[in-house]
Each structure stands twice: as C-alpha cells, then as structure tokens.
Write a protein that binds this ligand. Sequence first.
Ligand code: ADP
Length: 274
Amino acid sequence: DPVLYLSARVAALPEDLVVILADDLTASHRIEATRRDFVANVSHELKTPIGAISLLAEAVEDAADDPGAVRRFAGRMGVESARLADLVSQIIDLSRLQADDPLAEPQVVDIDDVLHDAVDRCRVDAEQRGVTLTLAGAHGARVLGNARQLSTAVGNLVENAVVYSDPGARVVVAAHTRAHAEDDDVEITVSDTGIGIAPAEAERIFERFYRVDYGRSRANGGTGLGLSIVKHIAASHGGKVGVWSQVGRGSTFTITVPAHLAQVRAADHEGRQA
Ligand code: ADP
C-alpha cells in the first residue's frame, strides 16, 4: 500500500506560531478498505446461493408434471440452502470474533479439552468418509485465552483435514508445549494424508473467501471462510498459523500461541487459595 494518508490539523497560536499535527491514517484507511471489501464480498457470496435457490424454485414450478426433475431440483435447493446456512453462520462467527478480545477476560484453557471438543465434532463426518481420526493428546498444554474460540479454530482445521482427504487417509491432532526463556509456546498441529495444496495456493488459503479452484473445493461447497477464522483466532491470542503441504501427500496446519505461563500460574495459585 504505497499511499500514505495524513490528516492535518492546523492551529494558529497567539504568537503567530503555527503548529501542524499530522496523524498517520494509513492504518485506519486500510481497516476501512478491508471492511468495505468484506461487505462487498459477503454480498456477492450470499447472492450466489440465493440466486440459485430462486432459479431452482422457478424450475420446480415449470417441471410440476415431471416428478424426477422436481426431485432433482429439490435436492439442489437443499444443497444451496445448506451452503447459505453455512455462510451465514460463519459470517456471524467472524463478526462475533471481531467484537470480543479473548485476552480481555482470559481463562486458563486446557488444550486437551479443546482438542477433544474439535475432534468429537468431526468424528461422524470422518467415519462417513472413511478417514481415520486420531487424537494424539495435548501433553498437559494450557494457555491463556478463550476455550470456545480455540475449539472453533481447531475444529475448522480438523474439518478441512477430513474433507480434503480420500477414504483411507489419516488425520492426527496433537499439541506440544515448547519452553522458551520468557514464556512457553503451545503448538497445535492437525496433520492429514489428504490431497495437499500447491505452494502458490498455500500462500492464499488464509484469505477470506479464497478457495482453491480444484473441483474438490467446489464440490464440497465450503465457504472459503474457515481458515480466515482460524487465522483471526490465532492472531487475537497473540499467535500465528502455518501450513506445510505437498500435493498428493498431505498437509500439516499449525496454530502457535503463547501460553502466558506467568498468568496461568498466577491463576493456579488463586484457584488453590480460593
Ligand atoms: P473452505 O474449506 O470452506 O473452502 P477454508 O478457508 O477452510 O475454506 O479453506 C480454503 C481452501 O484451502 C479450501 O477451499 C481448500 O482448497 C484448501 N484447504 C484447506 N485445508 C486443506 C487441507 N487440509 N488439505 C487440502 N486443502 C485444504
């Protein structure tokens, strides 16, 4: 973004002294532009399934005396409505996330619970797709943050690992604590032996609404918001996301967040005294 936006206030002081206060508005302009893009994208993304549903409704009316066609159109209306429902719930998730800061009223979060929760949500889907889902444990990892948000983030990764895999694939979910001088980092990994992602695509998959243009992504009817939600949650916990992938071999996604060890220990201490 090469443009620098400045707001200047000029105040004439008694001794004919002029003071110019310049604020860098670049960041706020960028936020505003991102918000505008988001609203434009949301409208576009919502119009697609809504348009499809109304066309299909017309088609059903026209095909009233062809029961086979009516069934086909009704089935596709079901798919489009489900897609619309996913989109709306993920857009609501995103706007909720933007409103609450997980570190404003942080809890001590047991990562084992987070992983269990995320894996439980995907178990039925994994079974139906013939994918083996394994929880390798969190080894007692704990962080300061918001348990619900972290479950959402890990759940999105597990869901993708299951969806972008073929029958017979394996998905492993684990967490490790890495000690550093000042604080521990907790690294949550979701590995799959699925279809993988090409390097050029891997750079873009965390963008809102970005979907790899494989028939696979289209066919699964996702929203392209899952990974941007993961990235947002990691960032608001002071952490980051990463991906390693090879086409045809699989992918490993990681969420790395600071444990905020000192506060976790202080909370333990308070808990014991209470
Ligand atoms: P969605 O899954 O709804 O399309 P996401 O934001 O969750 O949106 O993911 C963006 C894209 O990244 C997907 O469309 C898919 O092509 C790719 N992707 C995400 N996770 C994986 C994975 N584990 N293996 C292969 N491709 C993946």
